[in-house]
Design a binder for this molecule. Structure first.
Ligand code: CA
Length: 235
């Protein structure tokens, strides 16, 4: 029997953590609760979860700092991080996405939405079969090379550490060179969201991707913004 996906809940408020855990169990996930960063770190050192649900306001080390730390650690860098934020906390949300979160869930948590986002995050971690169907599909963009067999990206020959979502986003661009892709199209194709998505997810991930693959991220020459429309890959 295939084991249930392990979801690490990092949340200091027991009532909220319990509510989420009950909901996850009910939806076929295996929740693990950590009340602070230190406990969460022990869990990560022990067994890697499939998804991390990370609260922002935590005692001692903040969610923001934990996200940065886990993204920087080779062992945990590919695990999807969904941050838990209070509704309306725009600044936190953008900061969280810039720190490496894949998505966010607003509190109070809506059970159906939570499972949908977790399922989508799990789908993004699955290997993309190298496609040969698209004749225009690029594996080389300037000094950046996409190795589709290994799901690895190299810049000037050195491996670039991308999250699964960042990798999928780059592949989506590489499959449509020169084409304008709207934020809605990217949300649907990369995140798997038709109605759930927030275009800031796309903007934050494009920013992160540029930092990793562009020579001058502030003046991108690879993934360019098309005002009012979306983004386009130049090659
Ligand atoms: Ca909290």
């Amino acid at each position: 029997m295939r084991s249930l996906p392990r979801i690490l809940i990092v949340e200091d408020e027991p009532a909220i953590a319990e509510l989420i855990a009950v909901n996850l169990r009910h939806n076929g996930f295996q929740p693990i609760w950590a009340m602070d960063g230190e406990t969460a770190q022990k869990e990560l050192d022990d067994v890697l979860p499939d998804v991390i649900l990370l609260d922002w306001m935590l005692p001692k080390e903040s969610g923001l700092s934990l996200a940065k730390k886990w993204r920087g650690d080779k062992r945990s860098q590919a695990i999807p991080i969904l941050m838990l934020t209070a509704r309306g906390d725009e600044v936190d949300r953008v900061a969280g996405l810039d720190a490496g979160a894949d998505d966010y869930v607003t509190k109070p948590v809506v059970p159906k939405e939570l499972s949908a986002r977790i399922r989508a995050a799990l789908r993004r971690t699955q290997t993309i079969e190298p496609s040969i169907s698209n004749a225009k599909s690029l594996n080389k963009i300037g000094d950046v090379e996409i190795d589709r067999n290994l799901s690895v990206v190299r810049k000037n020959g050195s491996e670039v550490a991308l999250t699964k979502t960042e990798y999928r986003l780059l592949v989506e661009f590489a499959d449509h060179p020169g084409m304008v892709l709207s934020r809605d199209q990217l949300l649907e194709r990369v995140w798997g969201y038709e109605y759930l998505g927030d275009s800031r997810l796309v903007d934050a991930h494009v920013r992160r991707l540029r930092v990793k693959v562009e020579t001058q991220p502030e003046e991108p020459t690879m993934i360019v913004t098309v005002r009012g429309m979306g983004y386009r890959l130049l090659n």
